[in-house]
Design a protein around this ligand. Sequence first.
Ligand SMILES: Nc1ncnc2c1ncn2[C@@H]1O[C@H](COP(=O)(O)OP(=O)(O)OP(=O)(O)O)[C@@H](O)[C@H]1O
Length: 254
Amino acid sequence: MAGIQLHNLSKIFKLKEEDVVALNKINLNIKDESFVTIVGKSGCGKTTLLRILSSLESKSEGEIVFTQGNTVITSPKIAIVFQEPRLMPWLTIRDNMKLSLIKIKNRHEVNRRVDHYLELLDLWRFQDAYPNQISGGMAQRVALGRTLCYEPDIILMDEPLGALDIYNRKILQDEIIKIFENCKKTIVFVTHDVDEALYMGQQVVVMNNGNLVNHMRISESHSKDMNSHEMKALKRALTHSIMDSRIIRNDFSA
Ligand SMILES: Nc1ncnc2c1ncn2[C@@H]1O[C@H](COP(=O)(O)OP(=O)(O)OP(=O)(O)O)[C@@H](O)[C@H]1O
């Protein structure tokens, strides 16, 4: 497990005509074993942040510090789940899940992990099927299983449920929460959906135009009633900060 501290993190894309500030000196502290959701309009910098955290993109300025308790660590295991499951069509579900374990030579350990996550994600019956024989929701569950097999310290999720219908979305939301509670990972989950951000996160971070504009801590329990007065009020406040680009805080490191 690992925590993440962002210090004045910036990303500027240099285009021919102009510079695009995708992240503007943001400061954020994500604690070890916490579930943080990031919500904001399209283009506000959510994906850029995840891509920098996972080293798919370089930062322009600032610092990222990974921690374990009070100790700074250099290279935590980080995995990313995308909106599309990105499965290999010529491999079975079982073999797709093994892909993240390619560096592990011990076959017993590989099978132990794959068996464990096939079971946990209720994919056991489908282990010999191919991706074109399963539904979209199930394919995303396989993508999640492949990530969990890797046993990362930090899981970054970029709109992982965005392509699913509302029913499968709900089921997977609860499964991801259950996995978080069982496996105690640090999860950073990006979504456009305010309800999803509130329902899933222990903390919700709002981004707007490359800035951090709000940071809410939600009650510890994940059994949230989205129709309660408290959640409705939080939803109103979140929506307001997503829509109002005048508010800029950028420092939520405390
Ligand atoms: N490779 C790139 N080159 C130039 N500009 C980029 C690049 N990637 C992202 N941007 C710009 O950076 C800003 C943030 O983009 P980003 O994809 O991080 O937003 P987002 O919040 O994830 O959007 P969405 O929800 O639509 O995925 C946008 O203005 C985008 O056009």
